[in-house]
Write a protein that binds this ligand. Structure first.
Ligand SMILES: [Mn+2]
Length: 335
């Protein structure tokens, strides 16, 4: 599956790697792994994203290789590069401002992804929907190319797998995921130290905010749908810095509820700017629901971002859509 990409890697010299807005552990870990992999081959590599990495992931990049896109500073780099490698990206608008560089078509583009294919936007698409994470795909690529995995590469891949499988617990975890993780440990990375950096690094403000979020928890009549909100007021009261820390832990608490099918978390990030996280326990395709509101993701983990919308009507609209999906599923079981 990597034939075309391997040809590109062998023939080209200058690479720019980018990932989606609000990059997660999969995006950032994979970028770092790819960065070192290509560097070790003697390539010129830049890492340029629309958004800075969360403080949570600063341990991945002690040398400061991640750049925050600025047209004035970086347009020339994109223009003179041979290849734009866009990873973990279901659709090009998830690039934010970097999408403009892709659209300009002055650069050969590669989409390297594990989401269900949306539409073609790059010159080549390397997609493995069965891969737990982009990290797993990079590991396969390195193997196929016969490349050495170094500690830096192993760390990036491990973070990517760890975060996208929810610490080896979601349905995308299988024997291959564990085999790769076991292989990676041979390169001297330390699982607990990585775990601590990502999951035991919460600020006091974050835990306080979680408390406020939990106070808003509600269940529908069927007890199959749960939801909670993070309001602007709660953010202000706790002084939580929304842009610096990972928010994955919020929805993880909610999805631990027994008996539910879907959990929704509505975050009023700024006034009239709402982020919705949708998680399914395996029966309902929340990607379908997210797509109806212009969002997307995976069947069991998806998101929607809405501008110029009020919290209350948004909650009602998405709750209704989700209830309908759950009802359709329960009815189909009865037949
Ligand atoms: Mn991913």
């Amino acid at each position: 599956m990597f034939e075309d990409l391997i040809k590109v890697i062998k023939e080209k010299q200058k690479f720019v790697i980018t990932t989606h807005i609000n990059p997660d552990g999969d995006g950032l870990g994979s970028e770092i792994a790819f960065f070192h992999l290509l560097k070790n081959l003697g390539k010129e590599v830049s890492l340029i994203n629309q958004d800075p990495p969360l403080v949570t992931y600063s341990f991945l990049d002690k040398k400061g290789n991640f750049c925050v896109y600025n047209r004035e500073l970086h347009h020339q780099i994109f223009k003179s590069a041979d290849v734009l490698l866009a990873i973990d990206l279901s659709s090009p608008d998830r690039l934010g401002a970097v999408e403009e560089e892709l659209k300009n078509k002055h650069i050969y583009s590669v989409c390297f992804d594990h989401h269900p294919p949306d539409k073609k936007f790059a010159d080549i698409h390397v997609v493995n929907e069965n891969a737990s994470s982009i990290g797993e795909m990079i590991y396969d690529l390195a193997k196929e190319m016969g490349l050495n995995v170094t500690k830096d590469i192993a760390l990036g891949i491990y973070v990517s797998i760890l975060t996208d499988t929810g610490s080896f617990k979601y349905t995308n975890t299988n024997s291959k995921t564990h085999v790769i993780a076991a292989e990676l440990l041979k390169f001297g990375i330390e699982p607990y130290s990585i775990y601590k950096n990502i999951y035991e690094n919460n600020s006091y403000q974050k835990i306080l905010l979680m408390g406020k979020m939990l106070n808003t928890l509600q269940l529908d009549e069927s007890n199959k749908l749960a939801w909670a909100v993070v309001t602007q007021k709660a953010l202000q009261e706790t002084e939580f810095d929304y842009n610096s820390e990972d928010k994955e832990g919020f929805i993880d608490i909610l999805r631990s509820l027994n008996g539910i099918e879907v959990v929704l978390l509505f975050s009023e990030k700024e006034k009239d700017f709402i982020k919705v996280s949708l998680r399914s326990k395996g029966n309902i395709d929340v990607n379908q629901i997210a797509m109806k509101f212009g969002g997307g993701g995976h069947p069991f983990a998806a998101g929607v971002t809405l501008n110029n919308t009020k919290l209350e009507p948004t909650v009602q609209k998405i709750l209704l859509e989700t209830s309908n999906s759950i009802k359709a599923f329960t009815d189909s079981r009865k037949e």
